[in-house]
Ligand binder design. Structure first.
Ligand code: CA
Length: 227
């Protein structure tokens, strides 16, 4: 899952983004309101973590514009102010949760997971396709009931494929969803990871689920996919 963190305090930004990366999330960062809003409007995030006091546009203004564009992405507000009035204001503006600074990473993580579980749309926490099962909360993958160990990128690719089962995803889509902004390599990195995934998920099993659609990308499906 991909998370955008908008925060101008370098220390907090690093603390949050490193922690989330270690938890296998793809993390993008912005240091001011304007670039945060641009990223939020141009990419599909599963969650936004938004500081209120930001240079350029304030967090409240960023949130207002995001909601105005009809985006239902869950938003977690970070705020140094903890007066009741501010909180009420943020919820009215469309925030889903807030956290008062300073906070422990463990608490942030609990809230992030709760928001992701709730999701913008009904977001199933367990994805299944035949006997392949991916539990988004436990971040575990099982095939025929047996646990499969995946690296975080392999997991990210599989989760994205399974969340979009039956839909062909291009290498660029996969790259943008699973890798973060800082990655500037070639899209064939996706092929490498799909190969690893297949070796773990598909090679010993029938039916094979991860399919290559020539010239288009990849799809996970139990049936042949018409293109
Ligand atoms: Ca700030």
């Amino acid at each position: 899952m991909r998370i955008l963190v908008v925060e101008d305090e370098e220390k907090v930004l690093r603390f949050v983004s490193r922690g989330l990366s270690a938890e296998r999330f793809a993390v993008d960062t912005a240091r001011d309101g304007k670039s945060g809003l641009e990223l939020a409007q141009n990419y599909q995030y599963d969650l936004l973590i938004l500081d209120l006091m930001l240079p350029g546009l304030t967090g409240a203004e960023v949130l207002r514009r995001i909601r105005k564009s009809n985006s239902q992405v869950p938003v977690l507000i970070l705020t140094a102010r903890d007066s009741l009035g501010d909180k009420v204001e943020q919820f009215e503006a469309g925030a889903d949760d807030y956290l008062t600074k300073p906070f422990a990473f463990a608490e942030l993580l609990v809230r992030v997971k709760a928001l992701l579980r709730r999701g913008p749309v009904t977001r199933a926490s367990v994805l299944r396709i035949t006997d392949l099962e991916l539990d988004r909360l436990a971040q575990q993958v099982k095939k025929a009931g047996k646990r499969i160990e995946l690296t975080s990128k392999e997991y990210g690719v599989l989760e994205y494929l399974m969340a979009n089962a039956g839909r062909v995803l291009s290498r660029t889509m996969i790259l943008e969803h699973v890798w973060d902004q800082s990655f500037d390599g070639a899209t064939n990195i996706v092929d490498v990871y799909v190969r690893h995934l297949r070796a773990k998920v598909d090679d010993q099993h029938e039916p094979r689920l991860i399919r290559t659609i020539r010239g288009l990308g990849y799809v996970i499906s139990e049936n042949e996919v018409e293109t």
